[in-house]
Write a protein that binds this ligand. Structure first.
Ligand code: FAD
Length: 438
């Protein structure tokens, strides 16, 4: 089954809310805090700082809304992988990993924080708490998920439960899964509208947002920093880098603790109501839990199907990544054979080796990073906490504010191993498929 190639090569969300350049005065000579990066993380930091009397300048290389924060699928969830941290922290020899229970509770907090933030600020972003499916790609994985349900419910108010394969039709129109975990305490939003809502509140709070202004150097100068940009140099008492998978514009070890990983999405053209309803009748979001992960949801109007995943570890055209995603989508949802793709796009996000997000200060420079593909709630939450850290001078404001941020030996920030790891993951997924016949 071939994918059509006449789709729009930008995010579906941009049809209504495209990237933009807010009007602003020339770059001022100085500010209290310069925030590098105008995604959810940077803007959330800037907003809390400005609302507490700090003069803040956001420096964004592209148009506002051009990157991951407006290219994601809009899932707002408490999904976090707390299982890898201990291994990487032992390997790095940098002290203990944060306790898994605290990590899971903080992930739940990030969802509550985001819902409260949206409500209190009246952000119209089509938010709905529709719940999330975490599907079992093999019978054995069903048992893994059942254990996760138990732990999640013990630690949080998630109210998660399992639905066996024999009953999963009420949740998902696919035979590719062996049951699913349902996490009602999860939501979905329109990411471009959400990001626009935060940007508007930043501007109202007095944040100067300079889009199209790339930072190429950050240097210590007296008690503060000189930040060199394409629009000139600005002095800042404090600097926050919130640059996601893009290299940090400073020679700091943070670069060597992150792996930039590409993720891609296709969105179908409008489907017949019966087809759309058969796919995800309760309009939940979902993920397939394969090693090369796929995720899906319906668009806020319910008429289109969004399907995403790590189509390729190397740079490929949208036509090629759309073809890969389309093949996988039809394999899992055969009722979509012949559906036309309306939009396709991709973007890179920062993964950390311990699979946890990180925030903090390194030699006086603040950073927030490592969303691991799950930052809609988490990056806003961490941005808020980073601002509280700067405002209060507290040593540690949340469980992700830890000085130990693992870096494997010999890694210099160039992820030469990605194609090898992706091939191995793909092969293992294929073995699972052959075993289960799915
Ligand atoms: C396809 C896809 C699907 C996803 N789906 C989900 C999902 O359903 N749920 C979820 O929770 N998360 C999801 N994510 C992840 C989510 O989008 C990110 O975690 C989140 O947007 C990260 O926000 P950020 O502010 O850290 O990064 P970004 O939005 O990438 O912002 C970083 C900004 O820094 C700027 N920058 C970098 N270097 C410089 C420089 N030198 N000077 C000036 N500016 C600079 C960049 O231009 C960029 O705009 C998805 C991501 C992708 C790619």
């Amino acid at each position: 089954m071939q994918v059509n190639e006449d789709f729009v090569r930008h995010p579906y969300w941009w049809d209504e809310t495209p990237p933009w350049t807010p009007p602003c005065a020339p770059l001022p000579p100085r500010c209290d805090v310069a925030v590098v990066g105008g995604g959810i993380a940077g803007l959330s930091t800037a907003l809390e700082l400005a609302r507490n009397g700090t003069s803040v300048v956001v420096l964004e290389a592209d148009e506002l809304g051009f990157n991951a924060s407006c290219r994601n699928s809009g899932g707002v969830s408490i999904a976090i992988d707390a299982t890898k941290a201990a291994f990487w922290h032992r390997l790095d020899g940098n002290g203990k990993a944060p306790p898994a229970a605290e990590v899971i509770r903080a992930a739940a907090d990030s969802l509550a924080h985001t819902e409260k933030f949206i409500a209190e600020n009246g952000i119209e972003c089509e938010y709905g708490r529709n719940g999330r499916l975490s599907c079992a790609p093999t019978p054995a994985f069903y048992d893994v998920l059942a254990q996760r349900v138990e732990r999640l419910n013990k630690l949080t108010d998630a109210g998660a439960y399992m639905v066996p394969r024999s009953e999963q039709r009420s949740e998902i129109g696919s035979e590719a899964f062996y049951g699913t975990m349902v996490v009602p305490c999860s939501g979905q939003l329109n990411p471009a509208k959400y990001h626009r809502g935060i940007a508007d509140r930043c501007i109202a709070a007095g944040v100067a947002i300079h889009a199209g202004t790339r930072v190429h150097r950050i240097e210590r100068s007296g008690a503060g920093f000189d930040v060199s940009t394409t629009a000139g140099t600005i002095e800042a008492a404090n600097v926050v880098t919130a640059t996601n998978a893009h290299a940090q514009p400073v020679d700091k070890p943070v670069n060597r603790r992150l792996v930039p990983v590409a993720s891609h999405i296709i969105v179908t053209e409008p489907l017949a109501d019966t087809v759309a309803d058969s796919l995800l009748p309760k309009r939940r979001s979902g993920a397939d839990n394969r090693r090369v992960l796929a995720f899906f949801r319906r668009t806020p109007d319910g008429r289109r199907f969004l399907y995403g995943g790590r189509a390729s570890p190397i740079e490929l055209s949208e036509v090629k990544t759309a073809a890969i995603l389309y093949r996988n989508m039809v394999r899992q949802f055969p009722q979509l054979a012949g559906a036309r793709v309306g939009h396709a796009w991709g973007c890179r996000v920062a993964f950390s080796f311990d699979a946890l997000p990180h925030m903090g200060a390194d030699d006086g420079l603040y950073y927030v990073t490592g969303c691991n593909g799950n930052g809609v709630a988490m990056m806003g939450y961490l941005g808020y906490h980073l601002a509280r850290k700067i405002l209060t001078g507290q040593k540690s404001v949340c469980v992700f504010d830890q000085p130990n941020f693992p870096k494997p030996p010999l890694y210099d920030g160039r992820p030469w191993f990605l194609p090898v790891v992706a091939s191995a993951y793909r092969a293992l997924d294929q073995v699972d498929r052959l075993r289960t016949g799915n």
